[in-house]
Design a protein around this ligand. Structure first.
Ligand code: FES
Length: 103
């Protein structure tokens, strides 16, 4: 059963940054962009590179290996060579805590 799990406080992920997490059997990043906090899998859909080693550009994350870009709000591919979206996780902020829905 999926539950929201506290992974950080809002102060730990200032706007314009992201952090990587390993929890339960999930590896993901949480990015703090203009529209809020968003979580996506820490694995590029092109060739499984850890996107946590990439860079944030606005609301997109760039894969460090071949430069694919993904929209952090929905995991959509914004630039090739990836063609498949990356997984996303539901995030909510309660008070000062950032929680992610994990099964
Ligand atoms: S592994 Fe990410 S673009 Fe190739």
């Amino acid at each position: 059963m999926a539950d929201f799990v506290k992974v950080a406080t809002v102060d730990e992920i200032p706007e314009g940054t992201f952090k990587a997490f390993k929890m339960k059997h999930h590896q993901f990043i949480i990015a703090h962009i203009t529209d809020g906090f968003f979580a996506v899998a820490d694995e590029c859909s092109h060739d499984a590179a850890p996107i946590s080693e990439g860079e944030l550009y606005g609301d997109e994350i760039v894969c460090p290996r071949h430069g694919a870009r993904f929209d952090l709000t929905d995991g959509a591919v914004k630039s090739p060579p990836a063609i498949t979206p990356i997984d996303t996780y539901e995030v909510k902020v309660v008070g000062r805590d950032v929680l992610v829905l994990l099964d």
